[in-house]
Design a binder for this molecule. Structure first.
Ligand code: ZN
Length: 354
């Protein structure tokens, strides 16, 4: 399985952008995909699509689809994850009014092997280890789609296993009331990237913002002289300089989720070989040797290196292109979300025939 490398470099264009700056990011998208963004805005005003996001855990599914919405027509594009949806039913079941509504909806829309009573009991036990029956997921996804009638949707986490792939192929027909285009969005990310994203992840204990000590620091970095450790300081003014912390187990990286990643990988491979349904292929990385021809330097994820200057009592921050080995062991560079979204926008225009 090999995804093509998408070229975002425009020959003869030397302007550099700082993609962390919102104004410059806007200008960047105009320059690299302005025509396509206009087409999509026009399309989204009157039409919708359903996109199934397939990528390994932590591959950036949420980041890409939210950024896509942001640069096109945010009020007409929505993203929802099956995980959040299932957790949402926990909240509903705790509230008698909402529970009644949920049961009423399921009585009308659920069909399956387990009785509705069994399903509700199963939900109330909050046993997060067992997967919810596919038939229940189908009914709940249908409800989420009905709630967002006029919106284009990115669905994250469905299909979840190989059986559900067949359902997703005909889901549009199954639920009947929408005949808008559907598309699979496949995301290819080296496991090493996922590993480092988890290992260096830091969370604000107050606002729960998540950043990365190595790949996505905050604007202020501190140094703990006793532990000889650098730490991030939350940028959110209401957190008053809170020190961001490591979540327990994060230092293990992908180890605890290895099985899950394997399953996700199988799903991507299976959907990659499907016929009939359009596919958008997104690559997070590209071989080092191709970088110069395909992308601009500022589109590459940097790695941040810190140094404590004892005399000046401050942290010196340096950055350099972050080099990783991809799953085939090829020295590669990881792309920032923006160029990946440029490729997503252009492929979406093709899929929709705009
Ligand atoms: Zn915070």
């Amino acid at each position: 399985m090999q995804f093509p490398i998408f070229k975002t470099k425009i020959e003869g264009l030397d302007k550099k952008f700082n993609l962390t700056n919102p104004e410059e990011q806007k200008e960047y998208f105009q320059l690299k995909a302005g025509k396509e963004i206009e087409k999509l805005k026009e399309y989204l005003k009157e039409n919708t699509f359903v996109a199934y996001l397939l990528g390994k855990k932590n591959s950036g599914k949420g980041t890409y689809s939210k950024m896509f919405a942001e640069v096109t027509l945010p009020e007409r594009v929505d993203h929802f994850s099956i995980g959040d949806m299932v957790r949402g039913t926990d909240v509903e079941l705790a509230d008698p009014e909402k529970k009644k509504e949920l049961i009423k909806y399921l009585e009308k829309n659920y069909r399956g092997r387990l009785s509705l009573d069994e399903i509700i009991q199963d939900l109330e036990n909050r046993d997060t280890k067992t997967l919810r029956p596919t038939e229940l997921i189908l009914a709940l996804v249908k409800r989420e789609m009905e709630r967002r009638e006029k919106k284009s949707l990115f669905i994250d986490g469905f299909p979840r296993n190989l059986d559900q792939v067949d359902f997703s192929l005909f889901f549009r027909d199954l639920i009947g009331h929408r005949d808008d285009p559907d598309v699979f969005i496949l995301i290819d990310v080296p496991e090493k990237v996922i590993d480092e994203r988890i290992k260096w992840r830091r969370i604000c204990p107050i606002c729960q913002t998540s950043r990365n000590l190595k790949l996505l620091p905050t604007s202020r970095v501190g140094y703990d002289g006793d532990k000889k450790e650098f730490y991030l300081i939350c940028d959110n003014p209401s957190c008053q300089g809170a020190k961001m912390i490591k979540k327990e187990g994060d230092e293990l990286g992908v180890e605890p989720i290895r099985e899950r990643l394997k399953m996700d990988g199988k799903l991507i491979e299976m959907t990659f070989s499907l016929y009939g349904i359009p596919k958008i292929l997104l690559r997070n990385s590209l071989p080092l040797k191709d970088a110069n021809n395909f992308v601009d330097d500022y589109e590459i994820t940097p790695e941040y290196i810190f140094e404590w200057l004892d005399a000046e009592k401050r942290v010196k921050i340096k950055e350099k292109p972050w080099q990783v080995l991809d799953d085939e062991g090829i020295p590669s560079l990881s792309l920032l979300p923006q160029p990946v979204v440029v490729s997503m926008i252009k492929q979406m225009v093709d899929v929709l025939g705009l």
